[in-house]
Design a protein around this ligand. Sequence first.
Ligand SMILES: [Zn+2]
Length: 244
Amino acid sequence: MMSVFYSSKGIVISKIKYKETSYILKIFTEKFGLISVIVHGARKSNSQYLGYFNIMNELHFDLIKSANSEIYLLKDADFIRFFLKNIPYKSQAYFYIVNELVRKIYTDEYDIIYQLIIKYFESLIENKIRKIYIFWRFLAKFLQILGNPIFYDNCYLCGSKLTSKRFISKRGDGFVCEFCSQNNKAIKAISSEATMIFEKFRNLGNVDLEIADNTIQEINSIFLLHLKTHFHQDFNLTLLNELN
Ligand SMILES: [Zn+2]
């Protein structure tokens, strides 16, 4: 049977035990998106790959796959980096939420998404900016790449530039200006603190803004509404509540 070689960088998304000594990994790869890979013998005590397949590790994978199979076989792997090294438990949700996102998307822009994720992880590790701001900027870019950007600068109804008072469509269509909000029952107001965050969205890394927990939840729920509206109603990110 004809087999083909594949080669790509990838991030380990999950691993499950398979047979006596093997793993089945889910990997988000730069070239092919999310794939499943069998690693024979990876759990043997003398495996050359011990410690390689921790969740969120980045590796370079050499793979083989027959034309009629969905599952790849590992031929070789080179370790690149261990992103969760030295990351405190309470901050790990910022990394794991990427696992939830990449399981739900279909795109032909895997390389761009991959670069974005690597940059996001590097910013988290650098730790110069509040993690929630890093996450929101990452999510906004992620949505843009997938072709469903969240427009936070302009009213989705009339297109005018949004000012100090903002509203949002409860249906997830987007932000609404004060004028268009009048007599519109499908609209709700956004808190002044959340408004300020969206006003400064492009510069979130450069200003040291304090933010209340309930504003974080408010903004997370705005993003989640957007995801549900533009992908599907069952879209959920269970780790969203862990980000603070
Ligand atoms: Zn308007």
